[in-house]
Ligand binder design. Structure first.
Ligand SMILES: *Cc1c(COP(=O)(O)O)cnc(C)c1O
Length: 466
């Protein structure tokens, strides 16, 4: 593809995306294809000869699009959002155009320096503890996902405890609440510590970890000769947006010299608004922290910001220097080489899209949208509460409303199936206190009041049958 051909087809592709943005609201949110349906329509073998761009786009429309679930529909209320925005898409496109591989500072200095800088901006923008700034012993790095971030935190924590207590025996044990994300257990398995190294700590009625139970569990483990090394606290659990009490947990971790990782994958973005920062109270006691701009900060997947208070153990755990990558800048010690802050060697220029987003919206623009999502979710929660058929299943916090019809699991399942089959909206579910619970999360960039109103109308109509 010559630059001229690229110019021409690139315009078509941009137009295609702009058309999609205009139409996505009208498309059935949840894809309706059956398993195998997309593959059946694709040829068995790749084309021997190259094909015109037009036929690729045609097949995109005819074969691929029916198999898309529209995460960027303003009627998408399922799971947690994975939103995007124009500036993010364009930043990502330019990153693709540059095609740099930022494993080392020397392999593209701007890729590293912009990343460091934008993450420092976010420490300020979200009011995070200053120990996460790159100008301290700590600093930030963009990971692909929160799952990778917690794996890196586990590896750094193990490195720290093992270098401090060389030769100390005893099994390493980790702690998280019963509501923690599945990536914690997976990270422990990948690290070779196994699922059995994870202790599940009970939660209070608001779904936050009980610090008394954490302290007990640690004391029991120490008495049994195990070595507590890692706690993951969650700010905004995936099931019901429960908040673990960071300050209490942090103090327990300090007492026993245990690494505290804080997972704020979705909810972290809300800290851009000062009025929502109370959830981070005690965060200065954390050794690492992560939140996902690719969930709620208008930055398309993948982009997870991971901060550490001390980069030493992380780099000791993950740093490696083969001969063929040796270079003066690294040897001088004056630069950051982010390949030492993550599992893979190679890395994309993800900071570019985040920089585009922060500059296009400004802090105020992001605050305004986050506030709007929260206000809409709270309004929706009010509608649930004033309808005698329904009840809230958990406190409605930030942009998530967990609710259920009082008629029991079967009725809720039918409401869920019916509204999702309508194509006009998509919500998901969880189980709370062993009751099927509907989850309604507002976070798509373009969701407005009318979409939420329309969704409530659908749910309310579906409930009329019971
Ligand atoms: C979504 C989520 C994750 C996982 O996010 P990925 O970036 O997809 O790995 C982890 N923790 C919490 C609390 C989440 O909500």
């Amino acid at each position: 593809m010559t630059p001229d051909e690229f110019r021409c087809h690139g315009r078509e592709a941009i137009d295609w995306i702009a058309d999609y943005m205009e139409q996505v609201e009208q498309l059935p949110v949840l894809s309706r294809v059956q398993p195998g349906e997309i593959r059946r329509r694709l040829p068995d073998r790749p084309p021997q000869q190259g094909e015109p761009f037009e036929s690729i786009l045609r097949d995109l429309n005819e074969i691929i699009m029916p198999g898309i679930t529209h995460w960027q529909s303003p009627n998408f209320f399922a799971y947690f959002p994975s939103n995007n925005s124009g500036p993010s898409i364009l930043g990502d496109l330019i990153a693709s155009g540059l095609g740099v591989q930022g494993m080392l500072w020397a392999t593209s200095p701007a890729c590293t320096e912009l990343e460091t800088h934008v993450l420092d901006w976010l420490v300020d923008g979200l009011g995070l503890p200053e120990r996460f700034l790159s100008t301290t012993a700590g600093g930030g790095v963009i990971q692909d996902t929160a799952s990778s971030a917690v794996l890196c935190a586990i590896l750094a924590a193990r490195e720290r405890v093992e270098s401090r207590e060389q030769g100390a025996g005893g099994e390493l044990v980790a702690y998280a609440s019963t509501q923690t994300h599945s990536s914690i257990e997976k990270g422990l398995r990948i690290a070779g510590l196994g699922s059995n190294s994870l202790r599940s700590i009970k939660v209070d009625p608001q779904w936050g970890m009980r610090p008394d139970r954490l302290a007990e569990a640690m004391a029991d483990d120490i008495a049994a000769g195990c070595r507590p090394f890692f706690v993951c606290a969650t700010v905004g659990t995936t099931s019901s947006l429960g908040f673990d009490p960071l300050r209490d947990i942090g103090q327990i971790c300090r007492q026993h010299d245990v690494w505290l990782h804080v997972d704020a994958a979705l909810a972290g973005t809300a800290a851009i608004c000062p009025e929502f920062r109370a959830m981070h109270d005690g965060l200065e006691l954390a050794d690492s922290y992560c939140f996902n701009p690719h969930k709620w900060m208008f930055t398309n997947f993948d982009c997870s910001c991971f901060f550490v208070a001390d980069r030493g153990p992380l780099i000791r755990a993950l740093g490696i220097m083969p001969e063929y990558l040796k270079n003066q800048a690294t040897q001088s010690g004056a630069v950051i080489d982010y390949r030492d802050w993550q599992v893979p060697l190679g890395r994309r220029f993800r900071a570019l899209k985040l920089w585009f987003v922060l500059r296009w919206f400004g802090i105020a623009g992001i605050q305004q949208r986050v506030r709007q999502h929260v206000a809409l979710a709270q309004e929706f929660a009010g509608w649930i509460q004033s309808d005698p058929r329904f009840e809230l299943a958990a406190p409605a916090i930030l942009n998530l409303v967990c609710f259920r019809h009082r008629g029991g699991d079967e009725v809720n399942q039918q409401i869920l199936d019916q509204v999702n089959a309508s194509g006009k909206m998509f919500i998901s579910h969880t189980r709370l206190h062993d009751h099927l619970t509907l989850r309604f999360c507002i976070g798509q960039t373009n969701t407005e009041r009318r979409h939420v109103e329309q969704a409530w109308k659908q749910i309310s109509e579906a409930a009329e049958n019971y």
